[in-house]
Design a protein around this ligand. Structure first.
Ligand code: ADP
Ligand code: MG
Length: 317
């Protein structure tokens, strides 16, 4: 019989990146770079953000790609942040059309129109990318931020190194836990507003909140992680590289209070699941999991090559 811990293990496994998805992300990067090179002096580009750190949840969307601009484009660096983003938007529209594109504070989102099927399946394709213009300024980068109208500093290498260090210090389980909580954050039952915004904040908090080492069980870790996130969500969380604006600036107090409440509820759901399982009521315990993350798909499992639906499994018990 499946245990709550097994269910979480399956969930974690489903959120792992595979090579076909990575190939697709890299093909999209090349496609966009080859096109942008006909419009701007692009020195190089690279996949970055949570995608590159393996902390992105599924389905894979909004994958960040930095496009490092050359000296011919230097004039943008002296203009308000919106100028370069407008220019990128106007260029990309020629190739992808307005309906596929969205202007964001720090990037242009390009949607590839991939449909998400059962079990979050996308036929190993990524849904969208965030095109980020960037200038190389020594050891770090500057990227446009239309919220402040300015260029902000960022260092993806420091963010990546911190994630790797945290992962190693946590028996290589840190990234899996971060991806599961990000999946919870995308639960459709939360409506238009995700509990935690930006989702990068979950990862930044995890650098401190997951401490003391891996305790050996997914359910306990998830319970503790949700509870700690709830109790610390109202603190100020600076950029882990100490360069950009605080990551916690994305929410006002009201939104933080809502996040706190929803994170507490999530911790309580996991506690209920653990307690019921401990009393031998595994099936009753499991019933809390689909509601927690937005459906039973992450917990479906494979038996002898056939996929078992988690709800169907529960109803047979
Ligand atoms: N306030 C900030 N200051 C500096 N760097 C930031 C800030 N916010 C985000 N970044 C960097 O930009 C990347 C992309 O941002 P975003 O798409 O919001 O995050 P993620 O891809 O991690 O979900 C982040 O992974 C991080 O490396
Ligand atoms: Mg991103």
């Amino acid at each position: 019989m499946l245990s709550t811990n097994d269910a979480f293990k399956k969930f974690k496994h489903r959120l792992e990146l595979n090579t076909r998805e990575q190939d697709n992300a890299s093909a999209r990067q090349n496609e966009v770079r080859d096109f942008l090179k006909t419009k701007f002096q692009i020195e190089r580009s690279f996949l970055t953000g949570s995608y590159a750190r393996y902390t992105k949840t599924k389905p894979l969307k909004d994958i960040d790609i930095f496009f490092v601009l050359g000296k011919d484009e230097k004039h943008y660096h002296d203009k308000p942040a919106s100028a370069v983003l407008d220019a990128f938007y106007d260029a990309l529209v020629e190739k992808y059309g307005t309906s596929a594109m969205r202007k964001q504070d720090r990037s242009i989102n390009v949607d590839f129109g991939v449909k998400v099927g059962e079990e979050d399946k996308t036929d190993y394709r990524i849904l969208s990318i965030d095109v980020v213009p960037a200038f190389d300024v020594g050891t770090e980068y500057e990227i446009p931020d239309t919220a402040s109208g300015k260029w902000i500093k960022t260092d993806p290498e420091i963010h990546a190194q911190k994630a790797v260090d945290a992962y190693r210090a946590y028996s290589n389980e840190w990234k899996g836990l971060v991806r599961m909580v990000k999946y919870w954050n995308n639960n459709p039952k939360h409506g238009d507003q995700k509990p935690v915004k930006p989702s990068f904040l979950i990862e930044v908090m995890a650098l401190e909140c997951l401490d003391g080492g891996w305790g050996g069980s997914y359910e306990r870790e998830m319970q503790g992680f949700f509870a700690t996130l709830a109790s610390r969500i109202k603190e100020e969380w600076p950029d882990p590289a100490d360069l950009g604006p605080p990551i916690s600036n994305g929410m006002d107090l009201e939104r933080k209070e809502r996040a706190e409440r929803l994170l507490k509820e999530a911790a309580r759901e996991v506690t209920l699941a653990i307690n019921l399982t401990r009393q031998g009521k595994n099936t009753d315990g499991f019933r809390h999991l689909p509601d927690l993350v937005g459906g039973d798909q992450p917990f479906n499992f494979n038996v002898g090559g056939a996929m078992w639906n988690f709800s169907a499994y529960l109803s047979r018990r």
